[in-house]
Design a protein around this ligand. Structure first.
Ligand SMILES: C[S@@+](CC[C@H](N)C(=O)[O-])C[C@H]1O[C@@H](n2cnc3c(N)ncnc32)[C@H](O)[C@@H]1O
Length: 273
């Protein structure tokens, strides 16, 4: 067997180990992205090839945790891509609120898919509170955040952030919606109450439905094209009629999904059903 064949064989072995121990569906992610992330951990553990790294994983189960952190790329910000949030604040959420204002239970359901530490979901919660003002309590708002990274989910449920994580957020918003204690910024209970975060794998977990708004931003960018198409169809099916779908600024609808959604604001990657 030459070096490339050995490398390929060890790479396959590594993927099986990751799949078995982390439940991470390696083959559904873009190979270039996946290999780059593995390389980060290989460098950190002084592994010269996949075989060395398999040895590290076998000897130190803690390394699986580091690997998961590296594979899941949790980078996120409050009001990330402010231009998109402007449209959501000025047009999308007011339209959703209008469509519910006459209904009996005034239920609004939103989903942040691939929510990381929860700041996308809480950005939406803040905007809804600003828009609804005194009417806020009259609505049954449920924001669901899902992710495959348990550590991120725990942080999201805690709703507490560092000063760095709040960088760029308007001071008025920080003063109104966060309480500072022991160096942390705690989100107000009123907003925490309307958000729930749970483990859910977009690739293999049961499908969800009944949402007025789905945000899936900066997640599918890491997936193979076939999976992207399948997921966009899932998001379409997850929406109530008239519901909105917001993608990341660098993501585009592919395949059949392009014909399912109606464009609302293509520049900001906002679509509706
Ligand atoms: C870069 S963050 C995006 C966070 C947020 N949506 C934003 O745009 O700021 C990508 C998130 O997707 C999650 N993710 C990756 N694969 C996933 C999967 N198969 N199912 C659910 N979440 C996934 C990662 O764990 C990570 O927290």
């Amino acid at each position: 067997m030459n070096k490339t064949e050995v490398d390929d064989r060890e790479y396959s072995k590594l993927k099986s180990l990751i799949n078995k121990n982390l439940g991470f569906h390696c083959d559904q992610y873009k190979e270039s992205h996946f290999k780059r992330r593995i390389a980060v951990r290989m460098r950190a553990t002084n592994s010269h090839n996949y075989s060395d790294y398999i040895g590290v994983l076998k000897n130190d189960p803690e390394e699986y945790k580091n690997l998961m952190n590296t594979l899941t790329v949790n980078v996120t910000n409050f009001f990330r891509n402010p231009d998109s949030f402007q449209i959501v604040e000025n047009e999308v959420l007011p339209d959703i609120i209008r469509s519910k204002s006459d209904s009996y239970n005034k239920s609004i359901r939103l989903w942040s898919a691939g929510c990381s530490i929860g700041v996308e979901a809480y950005s939406i919660a803040i905007i809804l509170h600003k828009l609804l003002k005194n009417e806020f309590k009259k609505y049954r708002i449920n924001i669901i955040g899902t992710d495959i990274d348990n550590e991120a989910i725990t942080r999201a449920n805690e709703g507490k952030y560092t000063e760095t994580e709040l960088k760029g957020v308007d001071n008025k918003i920080i003063d109104r919606y966060f309480e500072k204690k022991d160096g942390w910024y705690f989100l107000t209970e009123e907003l925490k109450k309307i958000a729930n975060f749970k483990w859910h794998d977009l690739i293999s977990s049961p499908k969800m439905s009944g949402f007025d708004l789905v945000l899936c931003r900066n997640v599918t960018i890491y997936f193979e094209k076939e999976l992207q198409e399948k997921l966009y169809t899932d998001f379409y099916n997850a929406l109530n009629p008239g519901g909105y779908f917001v993608m990341g600024k660098t993501e585009t609808l592919v395949g059949e999904s392009q014909y399912l959604f109606k464009p609302y604001n293509s520049t900001e990657r906002i679509y509706y059903r």
